[in-house]
Design a protein around this ligand. Structure first.
Ligand code: FAD
Length: 403
């Protein structure tokens, strides 16, 4: 066991194996031990009374006095799940002077909004946001909690899930409930599922997310702990439609002390958007790939985006090469976008790029290689040299705009 441990986690002292602080429970020693003397056991979770948890919650995000688009998408998805489970859709908004936004959340169909206002919550900081949210979850016990997989959500969700001792599926692309087929399928052999009634299985959140670089879709359940927490990539779900508000706002008073918050915000520096249009809100996106050849040639992308009033996207190859900031990256490790029109120029169409843009309504691909995979998903394909096509297209559109 000493030899097989990659971490130096086992020491033999006087013929007895001792585990050091370097042991990370990987279990390599278990298989190697010819005496079956080593057992790694997960500490059992505390039994949770599932019946005490009900309701679907959406944790709202906002910036510059507006709800983030991902939150509006989660409200649409949350409504659908809440209706299927015949339960309430509730939302939580944290911030300073955000009562107007709480009101707006009601217009997207929430039955109730917990409104937590405090100057300390003005800008997102992990500590106070997690403290407030954990308190609310313990008090109100929602069955499902949805967050956006934005920088904020990706920071907050795991912190909260760990504190509340529940699971989290990050970066989901699909959510369902009411799937009692799970017992009939292979999942029925899972001992945790087998212990649930048919009704409890029907209330499980079936969370789907890409795994192994997008080559596999994983289905993930959280059968034994509550709440069932998922973060969802913005741009994947359909936005909620506005309706006549009928829900309530529940103000929540919190006692926070700035002196106990470790992180201080000294300055907020806004990311300048080249074209003035935010990538995730854009109706039109013009994306440049490695086919541009060098960073200066992003000028062609910028000009076309400008004439169309669109935003600038980029493949990871161009971001990694330092041609354009990471903010513009579209794809599995970048942003997920869903514009009306996506123009991919000199982008090959790797599966990781497609993961972030294939839900676009109309896709135009410009590539000199007729076999480039981007053409498999393009609505219109232009086989040719982008250095000829882009200036001509921009010029023609400019003429049309001015005539
Ligand atoms: P290339 O694949 O090099 O394609 C360039 C294309 O330009 C070619 O098809 C070529 O025919 C064309 N071309 C060249 N010259 C011209 C010309 N003059 N006119 C017209 N066409 C021309 N990639 C992403 O984009 N986003 C992600 O989020 C992302 N995440 C990843 C995550 C992981 C875990 C991994 C492993 C990879 C990820 N990638 C991602 C990288 C991805 O696999 C590809 O490497 C990348 O998308 C390729 O970028 P590209 O299409 O610009 O470059």
């Amino acid at each position: 066991c000493v030899r097989v441990c990659p971490y130096g986690g086992v020491e033999v002292i006087e013929k007895i194996a001792h585990f050091t602080d370097f042991c990370n429970l990987c279990g390599a020693c278990v298989a190697a031990c010819t005496f079956d003397a080593i057992i790694v056991e997960a500490k059992p979770l505390e039994e949770v009374d599932l019946s005490q948890w009900s309701g679907v919650w959406v944790i709202a995000e906002h910036s510059d006095g507006h709800l983030r688009p991902g939150t509006i998408e989660l409200l649409g998805e949350g409504r659908r799940l809440a209706d299927a489970l015949q339960t309430k859709l509730e939302s939580v908004i944290l911030g300073d002077k955000v009562a107007g936004l709480a009101q707006e959340i009601l217009t997207y169909g929430a039955d109730n909004v917990f409104l937590v206002e405090n100057p300390i919550l003005k800008h997102y900081r992990t500590g106070p946001y997690a403290d407030v949210l954990v308190g609310l979850l313990n008090q109100h016990k929602p069955e499902i909690v949805l967050l956006s997989a934005t920088s904020q959500g990706r920071d907050l969700a795991p912190r909260v899930a760990a504190r509340i001792r529940s699971g989290l599926t990050a970066d989901c692309t699909g959510l369902e409930v009411g799937s009692s087929d799970l017992l009939a399928g292979g999942a029925g052999t899972d001992s945790q599922l087998a212990g649930l009634s048919e009704q409890q299985v029907g209330r499980l959140l079936v969370q789907t997310r890409p795994a192994f670089g997008g080559n596999l879709m994983a289905t993930i359940l959280c059968p034994a702990a509550r709440p069932q927490m998922a973060s969802v990539r913005p741009g994947v779900m359909k936005k909620a439609q506005k309706t006549e508000p009928s829900g309530t706002i529940t103000p929540v008073a919190v006692n926070l002390d700035e002196r106990t918050v470790a992180a201080k915000i000294l300055e907020v520096i806004r990311q300048e958007e080249d074209s003035g249009v935010s990538l995730q809100d854009a109706q039109v996106i013009v994306t440049g790939g490695r086919g541009l050849g060098k960073p200066e040639n992003f000028k062609l992308i910028r000009e076309l985006a400008e004439v169309l009033g669109g935003a600038i996207g980029a493949s990871r190859a161009t971001v990694d090469a330092g041609w354009i900031p990471a903010y513009h990256q579209v794809g599995q490790t970048g942003k997920t976008v869903q514009p009306k029109l996506y123009i991919a120029c000199g982008v090959s169409g790797a599966v990781q790029h497609l993961a972030g843009m294939q839900a676009s309504e109309v896709i135009i691909a410009i590539n000199k290689d007729p076999n480039a995979p981007i053409f498999d998903i393009a609505t219109y394909g232009v086989v040719g040299d982008l250095f000829e096509i882009l200036p001509a297209l921009t010029e023609k559109l400019r003429e049309q705009r001015t005539s």
